[in-house]
Design a protein around this ligand. Structure first.
Ligand SMILES: Cc1cc2nc3c(=O)[nH]c(=O)nc-3n(C[C@H](O)[C@H](O)[C@H](O)COP(=O)(O)OP(=O)(O)OC[C@H]3O[C@@H](n4cnc5c(N)ncnc54)[C@H](O)[C@@H]3O)c2cc1C
Length: 511
């Protein structure tokens, strides 16, 4: 059988992309190298992942947020955070997040700076376990008819003019398209000759789960030391940054070497009695120059890697999946020209590049030299100021993201506000069919004239909103980004926006 789309990798990005394509009616095969979806690295404490506003909105817009939220790690009613939870997440003062370990306070963030954000139950941050998130996505993908084959790592790719042949787990598979979501060391990226450009690592990050003879010798929280960075979350979750140029990455670590490393970086006489688990990562920051080569595309860590500082990589990758899914589905179904796929690169590459810069800037503040310490002290002062906290929140929560869609209106390219309609439905709910939505708040605007021929491509709703932000109408793409908006009685540009960004629905939304 030839699939519409073969996806390499059943990580969170591959799975969300599979859901998007499955919902749009495509036949999808996901090939996953690991035999089991379970791994201690995906469970707490190592598997803790922070989700930001674009991710939470995306999950809401596909009806997945409740299932993901059911497993969230830091629900207030769940009581104290589990052992090993990131220290900044369990502080008494409500923290909004951090930048290179420099916290900013929630009560210092001025959300009035984002007038397009309406009150919404969706939120801007959530901490989840990676394994639980993947389980929710895998279950949805399977409901949508996606085939997930585990223990089938992609080994070889041959890309032709009308299909791609993939060798995996000793078998051969064919797809009209292949998307590499196979992580930072992507085989698809390497096999298909994508250029991966960027900067080499300055440090090796070590995540340790250990038992300490006396945990009180280490101070909880993140500390920059003369040798690097030590982040201790009692009783035994430790993250270390060793500025060794990345030499320690993927080197085996036993109890003795872990203890020596901990003592050197922390400067404390800590004794590890048992080392349960150790993993490494680096701050190497690289991004594929192109996200597409012929019939092969990249998404998630396969397209960009950077340090996990400040928790952005997963959110970035899930954003790729939301952006690419409906476009690739439209091309597969013949509803759109292949040129639509060029907008994936044009829209997502700059956002990825910005995240890489964010990650590099944090590394610059963490270096153990006097210059970095001085700079970090200044940034800490700025983070205490309202403007500084708001700036950091905008970047960390992802609420300032705006795609370049040739902005004819300031809202264009932004995530749609979560309008509450007079009948009680929210915008997030209207997007669950994965279709573009035209919301007409003011019946006087001549939308019908402009877009009548394209009605099949959009969900058309005429209804006032509790707060329409002064808009008379707006067009929202299937991925939730505003494609066109008007404040007055002028519908100029709507017909073209519907033709460009509208998308006939493939399946009904899942309730
Ligand atoms: C310690 C740590 C903390 C982090 N915290 C955060 C956070 O708080 N917030 C955040 O946004 N991000 C965070 N990240 C980053 C985030 O985990 C990644 O960006 C995210 O998992 C990327 O998802 P992905 O699906 O692209 O890749 P992966 O999660 O790497 O999944 C790739 C999948 O492909 C499979 N695979 C590999 N090779 C092949 C092959 N040849 N064939 C088939 N399958 C293959 C793998 O087994 C895997 O299942 C953190 C990362 C680390 C290391």
């Amino acid at each position: 059988m030839r699939y519409d789309v073969v996806i390499a990798g059943a990580g969170p990005v591959g799975l969300l992309l599979a859901c998007e394509l499955g919902q749009a009616g495509c036949s999808v095969l996901v090939l996953e190298q690991a035999a089991s979806p379970e791994s201690p690295l995906k469970r707490l404490p190592f598997g803790l992942r922070g989700l930001n506003a674009p991710t939470l909105e995306a999950l809401d817009r596909r009806g997945l947020l409740d299932a993901v939220a059911a497993g969230q790690v830091l629900k207030p009613e769940k009581g104290p955070p589990p052992p090993g939870t990131a220290h900044w997440l369990s502080q008494p003062r409500r923290l909004g997040g951090h930048f290179a370990g420099i916290p900013f306070a929630l009560d210092n963030v001025d959300s009035g700076r984002w007038p397009w954000r309406l009150p919404t139950p969706v939120g801007t941050q959530m901490a989840v376990e990676l394994q639980a998130l993947e389980a929710v996505l895998a279950e949805r993908a399977q409901v949508l008819g996606v085939v997930i084959l585990r223990g089938a790592g992609v080994q070889d790719v041959r890309s032709g003019t009308d299909q791609v042949q993939v060798e995996a787990g000793g078998q051969s598979f064919r797809g009209r398209w292949l998307v590499g979501c196979d992580g930072g060391r992507s085989t698809v990226r390497k096999q298909c000759g994508f250029t991966f450009a960027g900067t080499d690592p300055e440090f090796t990050g070590h995540s340790l789960s250990a038992e300490l003879e006396d945990p009180t010798v280490l101070s909880p929280g993140r500390h920059i030391t003369a040798q690097g960075m030590c982040n201790f979350n009692p009783p035994g979750t430790i993250a270390l940054a060793d500025f060794d140029g990345g030499a320690g990455h993927r080197q085996p670590l036993d109890r003795d070497t872990a203890q020596a490393l901990l003592r050197r970086i922390s400067g404390r006489d800590a004794t590890i009695t048992t080392l349960h688990l150790a993993a490494t990562w680096t701050d190497g920051a690289r991004q594929a120059i192109a996200y597409r080569r012929g019939r092969v595309l990249l998404a998630g860590d396969a397209a960009h890697v950077h340090s996990p500082l400040g928790g952005q990589g997963l959110n970035l990758g899930l954003g790729d999946a939301m952006n690419l899914g409906w476009k690739l589905a439209a091309v597969v179904r013949g509803d759109a020209d292949e040129a639509l796929l060029d907008t994936y690169q044009a829209e997502r590459h700059p956002i990825g590049a910005r995240v890489l810069e964010w990650s590099r800037a944090q590394v610059a503040l963490m270096r153990p030299g006097a210059g970095s310490r001085a700079l970090a002290a200044i940034v800490a002062d700025l983070a205490e100021a309202r403007d500084g906290a708001t700036y950091l929140a905008e970047r960390v929560w992802g609420v300032g993201q705006q795609l370049d869609l040739g902005q004819a209106h300031p809202l264009v390219g932004r995530s749609t506000p979560d309008f509450l309609l007079a009948d009680g439905r929210r915008m997030g709910e209207l997007l669950r069919a994965g279709q573009a939505v035209l919301l007409v708040f003011d019946a006087a605007i001549p939308c019908s004239e402009a877009a009548d021929i394209e009605r099949t491509r959009i969900l058309w709703i005429e209804q006032p909103a509790v707060d329409s932000l002064g808009l008379s109408a707006l067009l929202v793409r299937p991925d939730g980004n505003v494609a066109w908006a008007s404040d007055g009685a002028d519908a100029t540009g709507l017909a073209q926006a519907v033709r460009q960004w509208g998308c006939p629905v493939g399946r009904e939304a899942i309730a």
